[in-house]
Design a protein around this ligand. Sequence first.
Ligand code: FAD
Length: 457
Amino acid sequence: MNVAVVLYTSDLRLHDHPPLLAALSSCDQVVPLFVRDRAVDAAGFAAPNRLAFLADCLTDLDAGLRERGGRLVLRSGDAVAEVCALVQECDADEVHMAAGVSAYAHAREERLRYALEAEGRRLYVHEAVITAAAPGAVLPAGSDHFAVFTPYHRRWSELPPRTVAAAPRSVPVPDAIGSDPLPRRAAVTGVSPGLARGGEREARDLLTRWLRAGVPHYEDTHDDLAGDATSRLSPHLHFGTLSPTETVHRARAVGGSGAEAFVRQICWRDFHHQVLAARPDTAVRDYRDRSDRWRTGAAAEEETEAWKEGRTGYPVVDAAMRQLRHEGWMHNRGRLLAASFLTKTLYVDWRVGARHFLDLLVDGDLANNQLNWQWVAGTGTDTRPNRVLNPIRQGLRYDPTGQYVHRWVPELADLAAPQVHEPWRLPGLERARYDYPDPVVELSDGLDRFRRGRGVA
Ligand code: FAD
């Protein structure tokens, strides 16, 4: 009997899973393995919301494998050491895994390849599992990545997509391979009360419902904050309970402008992944240095705290920040304006905001989070780096009835639009009825400060 290990990372599914299928086609038995990686925890990525969602995903993956005669093996420690120990234990000939994009993922692959080859075993790293197109699958002349989205999107759309692979019918796993107990969602503390459920079944149901009822309207409604009319598939794409390739195929099969706009967003995801793969330092460093002199000190810290807690005095920003805390997720329009408020209006370093998002977001993802933060801050790939979103105008435009604010800022629940977006303008007595803070900063003062700090006219 020859055996292969399949190392699961951000690809916690059975459908459209090339590493699992390759392992099954070359070996008689496979050991599906997930390592609770100590280094990932130590780097601050073990946020409660993602740990709880991960617990759902692992439980569901194990259940799916059991239906196919197998099971999931869980180990904890250093990923490379744990894979090598398991390979010895089951005398595996080969290991299969999905390619990652971060510096850590690249280093892990290299360490694993080296350790396995020293033992005469092979590592197979499969591309286009975590993203629809592998980073580097389309490249501009003379560069290792696209720095501008539109030409990337054009080339990405022309790329023939990989065929979607079915889930295997049977996954034979050798007996007597020990596993740590699977984590339980209920055992994780500090989880947002409105956190979504994880797992491949949940992901597939959500995708089916979304393609049937949501995607046709997506183009018109994706920015409607109160309408909440986006797919909410981001945590599933982050944990890989849904294949981005399959998502693109199925959306294209629906067709229409809504599906096209939705697929374009999946392309944004690939775009940021290919930037991070080529420039792993952008997880922490500016993609484009703008010589920023970000604010620090007591006042900046106090204002950042108000931002985190959703009490900046700008209702739509506060609504977005409170949604983040309550659900571990935030609407994209909310992310844009909350990030613009921190980096441009308060002129606080994007890394501070990105860290807070990573502490709470269930879809918190190094490529998408850091590079979207940089995009908004103007240190990234945005071709208009100094634009500043005005939270009042954004509120009036994307929450015209004030329903989104009413949902998340109950102090203002009986205040009608448009006043709900500028409660401080109410006359004295009426203003006093609302237990809601005054703005932490005047927008015009914030703008001046940003322009001075960045040195723009
Ligand atoms: P939909 O609108 O239904 O889009 C479908 C899918 O496309 C999403 O699930 C996501 O995978 C992808 N997508 C959509 N917009 C973007 C985008 N701008 N960049 C990259 N991929 C996109 N997304 C994350 O997955 N993880 C993050 O950590 C993250 N952090 C962000 C931080 C900031 C400051 C901003 C502005 C955006 C961030 N995004 C992040 C992108 C986007 O906000 C979310 O992907 C989206 O809101 C998720 O909701 P949805 O699944 O309903 O999206």
